[in-house]
Unconditional design. Structure first.
Length: 368
């Protein structure tokens, strides 16, 4: 993989500060800190956003605020070299005993009169402050290096879905937990950083739950199995869902519902382009399912952005006011969930281009 151009990101934030008369941007959301200074790391445990704050001043170099616990890791991996350290232990060298005091010292030293922040920091007397989401907006459109990393994550998820299909279709008698464990082991052997989230294997009546905690329920022939997972590679993630049928065949009842979801997904794909709204992408598939009387079972939005986080802007929901732009990466994932019977979800990762959607995930979506 290539290198992330952090200086370009810092310049974008500084332009925002200059245009809006802020002296500094105080950043504490872990994903935003990663975007500004450590995009190579995944968000897991221990947390990769080892800075407590990344501070982008209108003038001067970015400042990192780290605990004494994370100081050495920050020095090795973080792009921000101008570091202030805090900690409670008087035997350990430090600049302040707490992050609040370190922030107030910086504000006084730099004579800040107006700041913005992504999550509420310490209260500053005599300083105007406002919560903004400019970095989240900047993160929505991916650069070429980010797209390379996302595609690498997707390639591993695609391979895992091909493995999963064989496992599920031949897996009568396996438990959901056993299937999930095999998938996780397969992905770990591909040298991933970590899972995007806990692998979901929802079989039979459990597939009626959009989010499911894997159980000891055993797979039975003919029933649907929702398989939802993703991976982090080089700091960026993937997210893919397929629904398979145990034994490789199922009833007309489930075939009809599967094909309806597949067509709804295609209609949402067709609506994706630069300038399109998230609301319209959602409506394209939802309106089709409504004609078949299935919309009452479609209980979530059509999709979301992803990258440094598994869920980030923009959103594809019926209330969304987000506008799609070229080089955004989003999911398209319609689903229907019928209580006590089961459900179907099909999810793909998509790149927004000028006039269409480019599907990045390649795992087969055909029924059998």
């Amino acid at each position: 993989m290539g290198n992330i151009d952090y200086r370009r990101r810092w310049r974008a934030v500084k332009r925002f500060l200059s245009n809006n008369n802020y002296d500094a941007y105080l950043v504490s959301r872990p994903a935003n800190i990663r975007w500004l200074s450590d995009s190579n790391s995944a968000p897991g445990s221990p947390p990769s956003a080892s800075l407590a704050y990344a501070i982008i001043p209108k003038k001067g170099k970015p400042i990192g605020l780290s605990s004494t616990l994370e100081r050495e890791r920050v020095r090795k991996f973080n792009a921000i070299s101008n570091l202030k350290v805090f900690g409670p232990y008087e035997d350990v060298s430090r600049d302040a005993i707490s992050s609040d005091i370190a922030l107030k010292n910086l504000a006084k030293e730099n004579a800040w009169s107006s700041i913005c922040f992504d999550t509420l920091p310490a209260k500053f007397r005599g300083i105007k402050s406002k919560q903004v989401a400019e970095i989240e907006k900047l993160r929505m459109v991916k650069d070429q290096e980010e797209l390379k990393r996302i595609k690498r994550s997707i390639a591993i998820s695609d391979k895992a879905q091909r493995f999963t299909r064989h496992l599920v279709e031949c897996g009568e008698g396996l438990t959901e937990k056993e299937v999930a464990s095999e998938i996780d082991y397969f992905m770990r052997r591909k040298n991933i950083q970590e899972n995007s989230f806990g692998t979901i294997i929802a079989s039979g009546y459990n597939s009626a739950f959009p989010h499911h905690n894997n159980s000891n329920k055993r797979l039975k022939n003919g029933e649907p199995v929702i398989c939802d997972f993703g991976v982090f590679m080089n700091g960026y993630c993937s997210d893919i869902t397929r629904t398979y049928f145990v034994g490789g065949e199922t009833s007309d009842y489930w075939q009809k519902r599967y094909n309806a979801v597949l067509e709804a997904q295609q209609r949402s794909f067709n609506r994706v382009s630069n300038g399109q709204s998230g609301h319209d992408v959602d409506s394209a598939g939802r309106d089709y399912l409504r004609k078949l009387d299935f919309a009452k079972y479609f209980v979530h939005g059509t999709g979301h952005g992803f990258g440094l986080e598994i869920h980030e802007a923009p959103s594809m929901t019926f209330k969304s006011k987000d506008t799609l732009r070229t080089n955004m990466t989003i999911t398209i994932e319609p689903g229907i969930y019928i209580p006590k019977k089961g459900g179907i979800r099909i999810e793909d990762d998509v790149l927004v281009t000028k006039d269409h959607a480019t599907t990045l995930t390649k795992a087969a979506r055909n029924l059998f």
